[in-house]
Design a protein around this ligand. Structure first.
Ligand SMILES: Cc1cc2nc3c(=O)[nH]c(=O)nc-3n(C[C@H](O)[C@H](O)[C@H](O)COP(=O)(O)O)c2cc1C
Length: 340
């Protein structure tokens, strides 16, 4: 039976069992900038969520800066009663990463994840994210600094910066740092998200992990649309401990639900209404959120319901949650009758 290095991750493993009590991979929702805030995490939890959530990536240098720290508070906000996510932070210096990680326990966080895969040009210019793949010594120093917080430390990264083959040296290095979990997004920085994830490498990466750090958990990420696909992928590649899903949840907020059933329009609209309520709650609490950012979700909830196309179009012109509610009240009964 696989054992994790820390009690936090051991609990995750212990709780990842199917109805027959058999171990299954643990599932997580990927950290996604401007998506995986307290609002969307709670929406996904209501739909039927994963075992674990991650925050949006948060700049460690801002967290420790006396003035800038206010600018990142919203990213780390967790609602009372919400399942505590794992905090994902990014940075380039041991001082920033170490200082930021030490702030997390007081905020209630029980685990920290280091971003070593972000392909964004600004993050790379700041010598962070996927730039660390080109600077393994710096990556090692960041991991060591994060560990000083006492929190279990995990790393999320890509195969390489320029070339796939880089994964051998890069992952060997990371696995040698005695981390709790390695999450591998199966692409290089150069590939961005433009090519299919390299599932053909999973078995080699499992073997590398088994050889170098058998107790480090391995989480696979990239192009996995939903729970069933994650189960199938893990079954095809023994040794995979966890499955991380990102854009799949943006395609279908019910992506983590264990049955393959199609969700009907009533369920989708209920989720949208819940998101509107949470948006108002968070805005009233003083964390400013852009209403425009809600619009990407209108598409998600109404996708796959062709007769809702007109409503979707009307929603795109709204300026407030109340306007959205008014439109829903005016249209939804008719749409639900058509959906029967
Ligand atoms: C809108 C968006 C924002 C993202 N933000 C982050 C982030 O903050 N931190 C991170 O490690 N990865 C981030 N990613 C990458 C995802 O976590 C994930 O690695 C990637 O989308 C591939 O997985 P998928 O095919 O399941 O989406 C982001 C991806 C998207 C689409």
């Amino acid at each position: 039976m696989k054992e994790a290095k820390s009690s936090y991750w051991q609990r995750v493993l212990d709780q990842a069992v199917d109805e027959d009590g058999q171990r299954r991979p643990f599932f997580s929702m990927a950290p996604m900038e401007a998506v995986t805030d307290t609002i969307f995490r709670r929406v996904v939890a209501k739909a039927g969520g994963p075992d674990l959530y991650y925050t949006e990536f948060t700049n460690a240098a801002s967290m420790v800066h006396p003035e800038a720290k206010f600018s990142v508070q919203g990213r780390l906000a967790v609602a009372p009663g919400e399942q505590m996510p794992i905090a994902q932070i990014w940075g380039s210096t041991a001082a920033a990463i170490g200082g930021a990680a030490k702030l997390l326990p007081d905020l209630g966080y029980q685990a920290v994840d280091l971003n070593m895969g972000c392909p964004d040009g600004t993050v790379i210019k700041n010598e962070a994210g996927s730039d660390l793949i080109r600077h393994p010594d710096r990556a090692d120093a960041l991991i060591a600094a994060a560990k000083e917080s006492g929190l279990p430390v995990s790393v999320k990264t890509r195969l390489g910066f320029y070339k796939i083959e880089e994964y051998q040296d890069w992952l060997t290095n990371i696995l040698s740092q005695d981390i709790q979990v390695l999450t591998i997004h199966l692409r290089t920085r150069k590939e961005m998200s433009k090519v299919p994830a390299h599932y053909e490498l999973i078995d080699d990466i499992v073997a590398l992990r088994d050889q170098i750090a058998p107790q480090t958990l391995l989480q696979i990420n990239g192009d996995i649309p939903n729970y069933q696909a994650g189960l199938d992928l893990a079954a095809a590649h023994p040794g995979v401990d966890g499955i991380m899903i990102g854009r799949g949840v943006l395609e279908d907020p019910f992506a983590f639900v264990k049955t393959n059933k199609q969700h009907d329009l009533a369920e989708s609209i209920a989720l949208l209404r819940y998101q509107l309520d949470l948006y108002d709650e968070v805005t009233a609490a003083g964390t400013s959120k852009h209403f425009e950012a809600l619009k990407r979700y209108f598409k998600i909830y109404l996708r796959g319901f062709p007769h809702a196309a007109k409503l979707r179009q009307l929603l795109m012109d709204t300026k407030s949650t109340d306007e959205v509610r008014t439109l829903l009240a005016a249209h939804v009964d008719d749409l639900l009758a058509l959906d029967d």
